[in-house]
Ligand binder design. Structure first.
Ligand code: ADP
Ligand code: MG
Length: 700
């Protein structure tokens, strides 16, 4: 990187100590380099000039060349205003100032051509501009800037202390007078040629001083690509290095247990997506590197069987495996299901959760240590220090909709060589987001549901139609089906939500009275034994209705439940709605999802409900969610650091992102050390970025 660019901004003409301090504290700009990367938010088109007699009410901001012929101060209610008469050959108008009179009066030269720019105010047929931007025509012609005028990010403090957009533009001009043309090209020629990218110098000049629309677009494209490319390069390299450095257990065989189970006891044919993912896992196992794979698959896409088959591969190679679920209920279900599946092949499996009694717990501990226990299923209790494996070879984490990564490394500490790790998530996140946030992991996707799944009929009903909904529920229960009714429980309004839940429960109890109907209720304020008791009554079919808060979101499996009623559905986020709907449609019956809401709905709420009614594709839903909420909200604060981009936008520029990832992968495949001649400048730029930690902080 050019040394000049590391110069502190204090040394730039037009900056000075006060402005330097402001730029540092308000925008985090310390050096020429950082100032250079303060990219405009938008541009004002100043390629057009108007005549005064052409001005229309529809013109918002206008630019006119003319002369100031007269200046006077005019008293008004409070204080006075400064008024200038401004003329061109077509007519005249007023320019007005409400403050800064002396300074302006002194600066203005009469009868000399100025370029005036500003917003028009109309009074009847007359118009004026208040606090216009003024520039001598002679200066204007010499300026770097022309048609498209940049508008830079700013803060209140900056503008109140006089560092206006205009001042920043001036500073930027001084910067370019010092450094223009000195930027070293950072992208390899083959990439530039293939993608028709303009040079770095041209791009930086045109992002700040666009010559025209076309060059501006090219400059933006090149700089966005570059921003994504360097992030992706770092992620892809990190992945490659990890594979090189972190040794994993090699599982050379696909052995007896796997074959026995796969050929004799698999209850159904795997979908193609499941087979593909198993192959991906298998090839990780066969390599000498540690697997670190994220498995995305919608609710019901059949991740569990993939997990089980992967665990059998570990066992076949003499290792233990564990499966960690986010809640006790889910751990129990995994345990019950897997135990059932494994019955015919004699594999030892145990359940470890917070509520396992001490005696049983110590038995599990010792069985794990001497290796007599092959598979451990549990909650986060598995992460506790007292839990030691003889030889844990594979850890599978069923995160459902969590994105936490902190706990994963705890499992690693249990071995000298880390186990292979598979993280399963049921919340599909858009590809672009996955690339940015999990770009250093390998990603597998199950994008196909098992055959024969019926579409869950989804409707939106207003509260005023409740009686009809109840009638429908009664019919379904009559047919022997079960029903969920879910209420929102959102922290800030917990007491109110809790009241809604209890009111709802009471009115349901009246509509569906004992002894004909039995209702379970489950919510977060209950003790876990009570929750479990109520859940089990529903699972066993003893109750027909399950009233719950989002507790059930994380994955109970009751194939006989065919209706999901979501109360105040407008208050749920899209991914939550999608998760909840996934609770039904697990059996062979037609299932339904009824979204209840009040009659007043905001635009976003409408979009969410319409999206749910329109589609059942988790990835499509995730895309809508991303557009509505933005990447930061979608991921939570933890990972949003990944998305602090300077110019690119992962929603709007997703095609550029995909391209950048592809190019980064290609480059790492061909020349990971960047030592080939055409990659030397790239290497230099990359090292400098990493050294100056200019590559976005999240990449730790
Ligand atoms: P999830 O991905 O949500 O964890 P599960 O693994 O619980 O999904 O699978 C949902 C249901 O689909 C289970 O009842 C499972 O037995 C069934 N299933 C999974 N894969 C297949 C398949 N290939 N064919 C038929 N049914 C399948
Ligand atoms: Mg699951």
């Amino acid at each position: 990187m050019n040394a000049v660019l590391q110069t502190p901004i204090d040394y730039l003409k037009g900056v000075g100590p006060n402005r330097a301090e402001l730029l540092r504290s308000e925008l985090g700009i310390h050096t020429f380099q950082e100032l250079l990367h303060l990219f405009p938010n938008r541009y004002i088109d100043r390629s057009q000039y108007f005549h005064i007699n052409e001005l229309q009410r529809t013109n918002a901001e206008v630019q006119i060349v003319g002369k100031i012929t007269h200046l006077e101060t005019v008293p008004q209610k409070r204080g006075k205003r400064l008024v200038a008469r401004f003329e061109d050959e077509s007519g005249s108008m007023e320019l007005v100032w409400f403050k800064g009179h002396q300074w302006i009066q002194k600066g203005i030269k009469l009868n000399i051509p100025y370029v005036v720019f500003g917003k028009l105010n109309w009074y009847g047929n007359k118009c004026s501009i208040a606090h216009p931007e003024l520039e001598l025509l002679s200066d204007h012609d010499q300026n770097l800037q022309s048609g498209m005028q940049p508008v830079y990010p700013s803060t209140e403090k900056l503008s109140s202390r006089g560092v206006s957009n205009r001042v920043i533009r001036q500073i930027m001009q001084h910067l370019f007078l010092e450094v223009n043309g000195q930027f070293e090209e950072s992208l390899p020629n083959p990439i530039k040629e293939r993608l028709l990218l303009i040079d770095k110098n041209e791009a930086l000049l045109n992002i700040h001083f666009p010559k025209n629309q076309n060059l501006l677009a090219k400059a933006q494209y090149r700089l966005k690509f570059e921003e994504f490319f360097f992030i992706q390069l770092q992620l892809v390299l990190k992945n490659a290095h990890r594979k090189q450095k972190i040794k994993g257990f090699q599982f050379p065989v696909v052995g007896d247990l796997f074959h026995l189970f796969y050929e004799k006891h698999l209850p159904f044919e795997l979908t193609n997506a499941q087979k593909r993912v198993l192959k991906e896992i298998r090839s990780d196992f066969a390599s000498k590197a540690q697997m670190n794979r994220l498995l995305q698959g919608d609710v019901g896409s059949g991740k569990t069987i993939v997990a089980l088959l992967a665990m059998l591969m570990a066992l076949d190679n003499g290792f233990q495996a564990c499966l960690v679920a986010p809640t006790e209920i889910l751990a129990q279900q995994h345990f019950a299901g897997i135990q059932e599946l494994l019955k015919p092949i004699n594999v030892s499996v145990s359940l470890l959760t917070g509520s396992v009694k001490k005696k049983e717990r110590s038995q599990i501990h010792s069985d794990l240590q001497d290796g007599s226990l092959s598979i451990l299923i549990g909650t986060h209790a598995v992460f506790e220090d007292t839990v030691r494996f003889k030889n844990l070879g594979l850890a599978i984490i069923d995160e459902q909709h969590r994105f936490g990564v902190a706990q994963r490394s705890k499992l690693w500490k249990k071995n000298a060589i880390p186990p292979h790790v598979l993280v399963m998530t049921a919340t599909p996140i858009p590809r672009t987001l996955a690339m940015s946030v999990y770009g250093d992991l390998d990603i597998s996707v199950i994008d196909e549901l098992p055959p024969g799944r019926k579409v869950i009929k989804t409707v939106h009903r207003y509260d005023s139609n409740r009686l009809k909904v109840f009638r429908f529920l009664r019919d379904e229960i009559q047919k022997g089906r079960q029903v969920y009714v879910v209420y929102p429980l959102i922290k800030e309004s917990e007491t109110m939500d809790y009241k809604d839940l209890m009111d709802g429960y009471e009115s349901l109890s009246r509509e569906f009275p004992l002894p004909d109907y039995q209702i379970s209720i489950v919510h977060g304020q209950m003790k876990s034994e009570d929750k479990e008791y109520e859940m089990n009554r529903f699972v066993e079919g003893k109750t027909q209705i399950m009233v719950a808060t989002t507790v059930i979101e994380v994955g109970v499996n009751v194939p006989n439940a065919s209706v999901m009623v979501i109360e105040s559905a407008e208050r749920f986020g899209l991914s939550q709605l999608h998760q909840l709907r996934g609770r039904v449609g697990r059996g062979s019956d037609q299932s339904y999802c009824i979204l209840m809401s009040g009659s007043k709905l905001g635009d976003d709420a409408k979009t969410r409900l319409q999206t749910m009614v329109r589609t059942q594709d988790g990835f499509e839903i995730a895309e809508v969610d991303l557009k509505l909420r933005g990447p930061g909200n979608l991921l939570g604060t933890q990972q949003s650091g990944a998305l602090l981009l300077q110019i690119a936008n992962i929603v709007k520029d997703k095609d550029i992102l995909s391209l950048a990832r592809y190019e980064a992968q290609l480059l790492v495949r061909n020349d990971a050390s960047m030592t080939q001649k055409e990659n030397l400048s790239l290497r230099k730029a990359y090292d400098a970025l990493v050294k100056h930690k200019n590559i976005w902080k999240y990449i730790s």
